[in-house]
Design a protein around this ligand. Structure first.
Ligand code: TXA
Ligand code: MG
Length: 346
């Protein structure tokens, strides 16, 4: 048919493109959509077949739950069976925005979306294109980051196309994502609020709203009773967000020494520096990252993709400081280091 959009094509955002995306979602197909954090691979959250397609498109194990994106907090009762006061306060403070809340799921939320757990991850994104699509769809859109499982999350429409090709019906182009790393995930389904994944919204910001400090995943904790078993979070696997080039996170004080050693061994090196300046000696692909945490996060995944494409033997990344505002970035870089350099399975 004439003017039929090409499968996997990138669409400029127009009312017609939004209407097409809604039709595709209603038909159980998948749409790439921009959010303020990273691009998502969206499907109808009430359609188990769409959820299965999402897992297949990402090569993601089916027991990793998906985040359901909502047009506004008023739709919470359709998705969560119990909405604690703290959830309402956090929704008021941070939605629309980069915060995902884990709540007890309402009946009717498909097992395929929750990974069979009794909880569901919910978020109202702030990107205007995501909101326009959600409002037109008027229901939940399940959307993991639109990358192959274990790989770097996409922050532009072009990245989504590189990752997924025709596995996605269309990609809405919302430009480069503002935040650049995935949302903060807070679990409010159990007795103590717990941050399962750090993000742009920090533990202190959350504490200021709910009046108590959330636990951080990995903190020392007494053994949980069986019914409070920790939920599965794929972003919590050690190897995640990984480039194909081996990546080492190196403290600034020892980076230049590590660089000299690697160069002496004849390796082709890429450096992602922050405070350090390029040394005069040695042939090295040197990339300077922003000093500021928000700007660093904004650029991080696109920079890692570029540096990965340089085909170097080793990527040395200057470790950012341990301060709270860098926690989410250090988390992603740490996981990228663990998962880096692995061969494709196929
Ligand atoms: O910023 C974001 O959150 C992006 C954009 C697209 O919204 N989405 C995203 O989705 O990062 P994904 O699937 O790549 O990561 C979602 C994480 C996974 O690690 C998943 O295991 C966890 O959220 N998650 C989802 N539902 C959960 C639940 N009920 N309990 C525990 N973890 C959950
Ligand atoms: Mg992801």
């Amino acid at each position: 048919m004439a003017n039929e959009p090409v499968r996997g094509g990138i669409a400029a955002v127009t009312p017609r493109a939004i209407a097409q995306a809604v039709d595709l979602l209603r038909a159980g197909d998948l749409v790439g959509l921009p959010t303020e954090t990273v691009y998502g691979l969206g499907g109808d959250a009430l359609n188990p077949e769409a959820a299965r397609r999402i897992f297949a498109a990402k090569d993601r194990p089916a027991d990793h739950p998906l985040i359901v994106h909502l047009p506004d907090a008023e739709q919470l009762p359709r998705w969560a069976s119990s909405i604690p006061k703290e959830a309402i306060a956090l929704a008021r403070a941070f939605w629309p925005g980069p915060l995902t809340m884990i709540l007890k799921r309402a009946p009717g939320v498909p097992d395929e979306v929750t990974g069979g757990q009794d909880t569901v991850g919910l978020r109202v994104p702030s990107h205007p294109v995501a909101l326009a699509l959600l409002k037109a769809f008027d229901s939940g859109i399940a959307a993991p980051s639109a990358n192959r499982f274990g790989r770097i999350s996409p922050t532009t429409a072009g990245h989504v196309q590189q990752e997924l090709g025709e596995r996605v019906a269309m990609i809405l182009d919302g430009g480069a994502c503002d935040v650049g790393i995935e949302s903060t995930i807070i679990d409010l389904s159990r007795s103590t609020p717990e941050i399962l994944r750090p993000g742009a919204i920090t533990a202190d910001q959350i504490a200021a709203v709910i009046g108590r400090q959330p636990r951080l995943r990995g903190d020392a904790e007494p053994a949980a009773p069986a019914e409070e078993a920790a939920p599965r979070v794929s972003g919590a696997l050690a190897a995640h967000y990984a480039p194909r080039t081996p990546l080492q996170l190196v403290e600034p004080a020892v980076l230049l020494g590590a660089l000299a050693q690697s160069l002496a061994a004849g390796l082709r090196i890429v450096v992602l520096a922050r405070t350090l300046a390029r040394p005069e000696q040695g042939s090295v692909h040197w990339q300077q990252a922003p000093l500021d945490a928000a700007a660093y996060a904004h650029d991080l995944y696109a920079t890692l993709r570029d540096l990965d494409a340089a085909g170097a033997d080793l990527l040395l990344v200057e470790a950012p400081p341990p301060a709270a505002e860098w926690r989410a970035i250090r988390d992603r870089l740490g996981r990228a280091a663990v998962g880096s350099g692995e061969q494709d399975e196929t």
